[in-house]
Design a protein around this ligand. Structure first.
Ligand SMILES: Nc1nc2c(ncn2[C@@H]2O[C@H](COP(=O)(O)OP(=O)(O)OP(=O)(O)O)[C@@H](O)[C@H]2O)c(=O)[nH]1
Ligand SMILES: [Mg+2]
Length: 293
């Protein structure tokens, strides 16, 4: 991911470094190239526009123009803007209360079930006692998939085969968690090809029932431009608390990853970069920016 964007930005930076003097016009030329690179990487056009405006405002200041290495200064400004675009600082999970609940939401195939397992494994390492809850009542296979993950991880997993009401499942989950001494419940919800009324209604009901500390939108980083619409829809409907970007190991252009925070104003909390349960880590904006630049 980000290879092409990275390559293009390196090219721009090479030019900037070579500049002895900086003028408004050569900064503008470079920023035009940065903008093109962002758009080619599938970054939302509004996000790209704002990014360039912010950088430009800082870059054409007198201090930068008169400095000894003006090109280097502009590069630093772009770097800082990229970190800010990705969320500035790492945002952790807000799951202090015991028990806490986390709802995993997102479109079909985004990686909710896999990420539920990955998150459970990660939480175990943090000394928590997670429980996985199969709340996808539409696909029996989804319950099997979560159950398999739970067995593999040796993490309690609640599967109520045949139960069609997520609220009943939630009720059982709460009592099972208490019995088993689990202190964080991860609800793996159903996906849809597109966000629709029925799905939203069900998710809102579940949200009202369990009052989750975290509602994490699981987003396939390869979704491209559409990711922005998906994210804003889910956020409007549920007021998400953050997102998990998946499939960062793929060769997608990565624009969704770069636009997410800016569009929803909600932090990216974790990143998945592979099918294995250990391919998962907390998201750090500055590390991601370093990977890109
Ligand atoms: N390469 C890669 N594959 C992933 C990643 N996360 C999930 N996958 C794969 O993506 C596919 C879909 O993942 P699921 O976890 O089943 O997705 P889901 O959101 O639960 O899907 P539904 O339940 O159908 O809505 C699976 O084949 C996963 O192995 C990732 O970070 N990298
Ligand atoms: Mg699933």
């Amino acid at each position: 991911m980000f290879e092409s964007l990275s390559g293009k930005l390196q090219g721009v930076f090479k030019n900037l470094r070579g500049l002895g003097k900086i003028s408004e016009s050569n900064v503008s030329d470079s920023l035009r190239e940065v903008r093109m690179a962002l758009l080619d990487a599938d970054v939302n056009f509004k996000v790209a526009k704002q990014f360039i405006e912010d950088v430009k405002e800082k870059a054409i200041g007198q201090k930068v123009i008169q400095s000894i290495h003006p090109g280097q200064q502009v590069i630093k400004i772009i770097n800082d803007a990229l970190v800010e675009l990705l969320g500035s600082t790492h945002a952790s999970l807000e799951i202090d209360p015991k028990p806490s609940s986390i709802m995993m939401v997102g479109l079909h195939g985004a990686g909710k079930t896999t990420s539920s397992g990955k998150l459970a494994k990660w939480l175990t390492k943090q000394g928590r006692k997670p429980m996985l809850v199969a709340a996808d009542v539409y696909r029996p296979a989804a319950m099997d998939q979560l159950e398999t993950l739970g067995k593999q991880l040796e993490i309690p997993t609640l599967v109520c085969r045949g139960e069609k009401d997520v609220l009943v499942i939630a009720q059982k989950a709460q009592s099972h968690a208490a019995e088993q001494g689990c202190d964080v419940l991860i609800y793996d919800t159903a996906g849809r090809l597109q966000i629709d009324e029925v799905l939203v209604e069900e998710l809102v009901q579940l949200k009202n029932k369990i009052s989750p500390q975290e509602i994490l939108l699981v987003l396939d980083a390869a979704t491209g431009q559409e990711a922005v619409n998906v994210a804003s829809h889910f956020d409007e409907a549920l007021s998400i608390s953050g997102s998990i970007l998946t499939k960062l190991d793929g060769d997608a252009r990565g624009g969704a990853a770069l636009s997410m925070k800016s569009v929803t104003q909600k932090p990216i909390k974790f990143a998945g970069a592979g099918e294995k349960l250990e391919d998962f880590e907390p998201f750090h904006p500055e590390r991601m920016a370093t990977r890109i630049l």
